[in-house]
Design a protein around this ligand. Structure first.
Ligand code: PBG
Length: 323
């Protein structure tokens, strides 16, 4: 007779034999920054998550650090009048992103700062690249992305996180960083980023939804598995320090494939729509938020993610501490 239930008999034995554990060190907390002062506004479609003006973000960073979350990923909401088709605000040394990096890093040098590198928040078309006749230009976009990464590096970022899915951008960014003396700045590449419906809430947060068409000429087809391995391999070869799969839950198989393929840390982004679905069901009393969020998050790690970008990071760590 085999008795597998013996290992599930008590909390103590379950904990003892748990194959996967979460801790504060696993998480990257996304941060949304808006222009202005004293702003802390809830993002309706990302319940419990806020956009902050820079003066209000410091308290948030401090509280993340206090709970042991030492990495964050910065996004900014660009004002409409600064948006264009060339990404000029994206490379402005005095832009909101560059100022945010400088100010946060100066106050909290111990916080590992990552910055989103993509044109969509700055694009009058809401696309991740320069648009010409309804097409997204690759190489012209890559040039701007490299410039953008350089300006973040100059502001003091630890790692840049290109989320655009243009071909060749990792190599171009690495070369530019080297050329301008930023050899210590890393790249966390969104390597296998799928054209997903689950980015909807995020796009409302930054007002960055595409003005025409969708992103399927650059983001990946959800039907494809081997294509993800190819994207990741190219990024590693071009110099990515960390590779990311996104979204997470519908792509757990991809996370595992990548984990088994490469020898760099594997990251996964539990994206806005995935988070919002759990929140929304919980608000209706249909699901228990705390345990559902924990289950989703542990699944991402079990699938093979070494690190997880999550809107639930602080909540999860709070739950872990109360166990
Ligand atoms: C944009 C970007 C997106 C996300 C991160 N960077 C959205 C998109 O590609 O349209 C999504 C994150 C989320 O949904 O939580 N380059």
């Amino acid at each position: 007779m085999h008795r597998p239930r013996i290992l599930r008999k008590s909390n103590a034995i379950r904990d003892l034999v748990a194959e996967t554990r979460l801790s504060a060190a696993d998480f990257i907390a996304p941060l949304f920054i808006v222009e202005g002062e004293k702003i802390k506004e809830e993002i309706t479609a990302i319940p419990g998550y806020e956009r902050h003006s820079l003066d209000m973000i410091y308290a948030r960073v401090e509280s993340l650090l206090a709970m042991g979350i030492q990495s964050s990923l910065l996004f900014i909401k660009c004002s409409d009048e600064l948006k264009d088709n060339s990404g000029s605000e994206a490379i402005n040394p005095e832009g909101l992103m560059q100022r945010s990096i400088r100010e946060i890093k100066q106050r909290f040098p111990e916080m590992l700062l990552m910055s989103d590198v993509a044109l969509d928040p700055y694009s009058s078309y809401g696309h991740d690249g320069i648009v010409h006749e309804q097409k997204i230009l690759n190489d012209e976009t890559v040039e701007v992305l490299a410039e953008m990464a350089r300006s973040h590096a100059e502001a003091g970022v630890d790692m840049v996180a290109p989320s655009d899915m243009m071909d060749g951008r990792i190599g171009a960014i690495r070369d530019t960083l080297e050329q301008y003396g930023h050899s210590g700045v890393g790249i966390m590449s969104y390597s296998a980023k799928y054209a997903s419906s689950y980015y909807g809430p995020f796009r409302t947060a930054l007002d960055s939804a595409p003005g025409f068409g969708d992103k399927s000429s650059y983001q990946m087809n959800p039907a494809n598995r081997r294509a993800a391995i190819r994207e990741v391999e190219l990024d590693v070869e071009e110099g990515a320090d960390i590779v990311m799969i996104k979204p997470a839950i519908n792509y757990l198989d991809i996370i595992r494939d990548i984990k088994n393929t490469v020898h760099v840390p594997v990251s996964a982004y539990h994206v806005s729509g995935e988070y919002a679905m759990i929140k929304a069901a919980a608000q209706r009393g249909w699901i228990d938020e705390e345990s559902a969020m924990m289950e989703a998050t542990i699944s991402i790690k079990r699938a093979g993610a070494d690190l997880i970008a999550s809107y639930a990071a602080a909540d999860i760590v709070t739950s872990l501490n109360s166990l």
